[in-house]
Design a protein around this ligand. Structure first.
Ligand code: ZN
Ligand code: ZN
Length: 219
């Protein structure tokens, strides 16, 4: 895999204001992100690179992920409430189920058809909560990790990921092409200046060149 030269990397970093293209955090070590063909998409922090890898390789259903983030809490609230009403004398809280009673956990599980709410796979599921501690639903380990990596503003982050995957290569290429074009222009200017300096030689030098040429002609 061929990397970028220091000059091109610096140009990319400058256009990103030295922040990670996705999470917008700075003061991080940023690494080149590229697509399956090796084309540069921009500079990302390690956390976002991992997150992007998860999204790309697992081919998550984005609509179900968004639906879970936006509607999960409301959906879970109704289920948990109902389970509580159905089982007024709830069994003791199970710590490993994050403060849900067994009945509440089972009710959530049944509402999701025993599958992860995002990838729909039959996996061992854990409780997922939003930043305020409200239960959103049950997720497999992979989807739980992915939501954690997507950071707090998940909807905003998904928008940026979407943009990055569609336009990252195009945008990065325009930056890189611009730098390469500038360098080419510079080389042409330098060459032109060199040629000009040859023509601007003092007359005696031109004469001496002419003399040499005349000397070499056969008489
Ligand atoms: Zn990042
Ligand atoms: Zn899952």
């Amino acid at each position: 895999m061929i990397g970028l030269s220091e000059e091109l990397t610096a140009a990319l970093l400058a256009t990103q204001d030295y922040k990670c293209q996705l999470c917008q955090r700075d003061e991080l070590t940023l690494a080149r992100d590229f697509d399956s063909t090796g084309a540069t998409r921009g500079m990302l922090c390690q956390r976002c690179k991992t997150m992007l890898g998860l999204i790309e390789t697992k081919k998550y259903e984005w609509p179900s992920l968004l639906h879970f983030v936006e509607q999960g809490e409301e959906h879970a609230k109704a289920i948990l409430q109902q389970a509580k009403l159905d089982n007024p004398i709830s069994p003791s809280l199970k710590a490993r189920w994050h403060s849900l009673t067994e009945a509440q956990f089972d009710a959530l599980l049944a509402s999701q058809g025993n599958r992860c709410a995002i990838c729909f796979l039959f996996r061992r599921l854990g409780v997922n909560k939003d930043k305020n501690g409200h239960v959103r639903g049950l997720l497999c380990r992979g989807c739980n990790i992915l939501l954690g990596l997507l950071s707090q503003d998940i909807v905003g982050m998904l928008d940026r990921v979407d943009y990055h995957l569609i336009y990252g290569v195009r945008d990065a290429r325009s930056v890189l092409d611009h730098v390469l074009f500038r360098r080419k222009e510079q080389l042409i200017c330098e060459r032109a200046a060199q040629e000009e300096s040859i023509h601007e030689r003092p007359p005696w030098e031109v004469w001496s060149l002419k003399d040499e040429a005349e000397d070499s002609t056969p008489h």
